[in-house]
Design a protein around this ligand. Structure first.
Ligand code: XMP
Length: 188
């Protein structure tokens, strides 16, 4: 699997350090308060598992799944709720956990939807952020890494549903996209 990579962008050790820091900051910020951590499936699942263990206050967790990317690497722009929250979020402090924020369109849609349910507060935590690609304005409260405009895989992020189980974040070789039937190397 690692042979398919052009390069490693963020190592396992660096991710671990960053997750620990984020967990400490979040624990401090929410000390003495309720917190519902909401993971956005499927990409956030690895980050979410590590992050909640780095948060040292009691938290509840829940998940949502929305359609964004399929096998293709470009967003269709269409956002569909595939799995909704099980919890009632009214009055609760919500922390949305994302693997990556790219254009921000998916999260912006989600935020509007969740705000209508009247949470006490709502913040965003992402491991990776591509600010150069932003189309929707978003305040990212907890930002792991700002990365360049490259399509990345690993640590939960996929290409064609593969590579999520790489323990680091990397960039695929262009020939992998060609093999999977993409016309061009994806930019993002
Ligand atoms: P937007 O553009 O709405 O998209 O912020 C967010 C979702 O797009 C996916 N995405 C990626 N997935 N490598 C991936 O594996 C990438 O470089 C990448 N960029 C965006 C991802 O599902 C994210 O939640």
């Amino acid at each position: 699997m690692e042979r398919d990579l052009l390069k490693i962008l963020i190592s396992t050790e660096d991710i671990q350090k960053k997750v620990k820091e984020l967990g400490e900051t979040i624990s401090r910020d929410y000390q003495g308060q309720n917190l519902l951590v909401v993971g956005i499936l499927k990409g956030s699942v690895i980050f979410m598992g590590d992050l909640i263990r780095a948060i040292k206050i009691p938290v509840q967790i829940d998940f949502m799944e929305v359609s964004s990317y399929g096998r293709s690497t470009e967003s269709s722009g269409a956002v569909r709720i595939l799995k909704d929250l099980e919890s009632n979020i009214e009055g609760k402090n919500i922390l949305i956990v994302e693997d990556i924020i790219d254009t921000g369109l998916t999260l912006s849609y989600l935020l509007d939807m969740l705000k209508a349910r009247k949470p006490g507060s709502i913040r965003i935590c992402t491991l990776l952020n591509k600010p150069s690609r932003r189309k929707a304005s978003l305040k990212v409260d907890y930002d792991g890494y700002d990365i360049p405009d490259e399509f990345v895989v690993g640590y939960g992020l996929d290409y064609g549903e593969l590579y999520r189980n790489l323990p680091f974040v990397g960039v695929l070789k262009p020939e992998i996209y060609a093999r999977c039937g993409e016309d061009t190397t994806p930019s993002k």
